[in-house]
Design a protein around this ligand. Structure first.
Ligand SMILES: Cc1cc2nc3c(=O)[nH]c(=O)nc-3n(C[C@H](O)[C@H](O)[C@H](O)COP(=O)(O)OP(=O)(O)OC[C@H]3O[C@@H](n4cnc5c(N)ncnc54)[C@H](O)[C@@H]3O)c2cc1C
Length: 475
């Protein structure tokens, strides 16, 4: 019987456990133990109910186009619980000089694809608009070095698009800094598009046309997918499938050592245990510490992956109080505006089932790579900051009926320049160490679907996973 230890009970470790459980149920001779240092499973995935409202403390959804989360939900039998974002109401605003300016139609991520709405938009100056038009003529260009996102976007569309779109979008998604994140690691499709088409606008239009053709008469899929009762439903559905005896809460792993063809797992409280393989599904810096005595070079590379922190502040209101808000999913705030708030989602507009009749929810994001200091604020200071900034930006002065603050210290891996080469070094070395696999948001994608895929691949690396799960694996 093969014994496998999984360290870390976030969605990456839980996915690894689920796929190992699946292999076991299909007859594989294995058993697994999942060690989680905290008192709760799911890591940054956690949903709460307050005054009838669904409050997401961490992720609120996942990108529909990445298949691994949808596949997992189907395998768990919760596909009927999936809900799509209300894309008919999708409007996002950018704060410019303290006022909301709507992102023009046809902007795909940060690439303009429609001339008239872009030309009429007050979001960009005339010189930026001229630059956007000229971008259509960019010739194909192989990427020579590991440019940052800011460098790539500035080359195509100019500095204003970095400030007003690239940077706020990436601080929203990655808690990151466009001037540091690697374009190749964070926006690989942009790099491929530039190599093939030159112009990102032309490439986006071509991709859009191809997608519309392959979809035929089928309606477009929603951009984001979630679950009726929140992302916690995914955690709970996985837990329903796992053997409770295999889960060890409040079990902090201190070190792992290869020993006699297997692994010794050293626990803070309960001494050492023997396993044949280990899956480290912790943040990379924790994995680096756990492996320090095994391979210094590997540990160094893992420790070199940096993390940023995030704070979400959720405020519940009566809809009457929110009458002054414009329609749409919410707004992003460029750094040049000088606020602490990075973004705010109008949750009740983005998804159905989030707030009961007559109530609405705002979720504000703070922190990110440039504002680690925000973690030191007390809840009251945090709420005061958010109230002040909401009053300035959307003239919302009303006090909410409830407020919740969640701090996620070091939760967001930063794919900085050199990330791809670093991950290749890590993976090469890991493949040489028998019985070791890594999973988590530090390697091939920070979003929930990529974390699930990482758990599935790690499970497969230490034990065979049933074939149909792996068939959805295309990067
Ligand atoms: C505020 C926020 C909003 C987000 N929004 C979205 C979104 O909308 N959509 C999306 O796709 N993604 C989103 N993400 C990203 C995504 O949620 C995360 O990347 C993902 O949940 C990370 O999962 P994980 O299992 O890799 O890591 P984690 O969730 O960090 O879990 C790691 C676990 O390992 C445990 N651990 C650590 N060290 C040890 C040890 N030594 N021994 C035992 N256990 C240990 C920790 O306690 C933790 O439970 C968001 C993230 C945050 C923070």
């Amino acid at each position: 019987m093969k014994r496998i230890a999984i360290v870390g009970g976030g969605i990456s470790g839980l996915s690894a456990a689920f796929y190992l459980e699946k292999a076991r149920a299909a007859g594989a001779e294995l058993e697994y133990t999942l060690f989680e240092s905290g008192q709760r499973l799911g890591g940054s995935m956690y949903s709460d109910r307050v005054e009838g409202c669904l409050v997401e403390a961490g992720p609120d959804s996942f990108l529909t186009e990445k298949p691994w989360a949808l596949t997992l939900c189907k395998e768990l039998g919760i596909a009927d619980q999936l809900i799509g974002s209300n894309d008919a109401q999708r409007k996002t605003y950018i704060v410019v000089n303290g006022r909301l300016v709507v992102m023009p139609d046809g902007l795909m991520f940060m690439v303009p694809t429609r001339i008239v709405p872009t030309a009429l938009s007050p979001l960009f100056s005339w010189s930026t608009k001229i630059r956007m038009a000229r971008e259509l003529l960019h010739p194909p260009r192989p990427m020579q070095d590991d440019e940052t996102v800011a460098e790539l976007v500035e080359r195509h569309f100019g500095a204003q698009v970095v400030d007003r779109l690239a940077d706020p979008l990436l601080s929203g998604v990655y808690g990151g800094d466009a001037a540091k994140l690697s374009a190749r690691a964070v926006l690989p499709r942009f790099v491929e598009m530039e190599e093939k088409y030159g112009s990102l606008s032309r490439a986006m239009l071509a991709a859009h046309k191809k997608m519309a053709q392959s979809r035929g008469k089928q309606p477009a899929r929603p951009l984001f997918t979630s679950l009726k009762d929140g992302m916690q439903q995914l955690v709970d559905a996985i837990l329903d499938r796992l053997d409770p005896e295999s889960i060890r809460m409040r079990s902090h792993v201190r070190r792992v050592y290869p020993e006699d063809g297997g692994w010794r797992v050293s626990l803070e409280m309960n001494g050492d245990e023997r396993y044949d393989s280990v899956v480290l599904a912790t943040p990379a810096n924790v994995a680096g510490t756990l492996l320090d005595g095994v391979d210094r070079g590997l540990a160094r590379n893992l420790l070199d992956i940096t993390y940023s922190s995030s704070v979400t502040v959720t405020l519940g209101y009566y809809l009457d109080q929110l009458k002054g808000l414009p329609p749409g999913f919410g707004f992003l705030v460029p750094r040049s505006e000088g606020t602490r708030m990075l973004a705010c989602t109008f949750v009740h507009n983005k998804f159905p089932h989030r707030a009961p009749e007559g109530k609405g929810i705002l979720r504000c994001f703070l922190g990110g790579a440039r504002d680690e200091a925000v973690l030191a604020l007390t809840d009251d200071e945090m709420l005061e900051t958010v109230h002040r900034e909401l009053r300035d930006i959307v003239k919302l002065d009303a006090r909410p009926m409830f407020a919740r603050v969640y701090r996620w210290r070091g939760a967001m891996a930063q794919y900085e320049s050199g990330h791809i080469a670093r991950v290749q070094r890590i993976e090469r070395r890991v493949s040489e160490i028998p019985g070791l696999a890594l999973a988590g948001n530090a390697y091939h994608g920070i979003g929930v679907p990529d974390c699930i895929r990482s758990g599935m691949e790690a499970a497969n690396a230490v034990a065979p996973v049933p074939v149909e799960s792996l068939s959805t694996q295309q990067r």
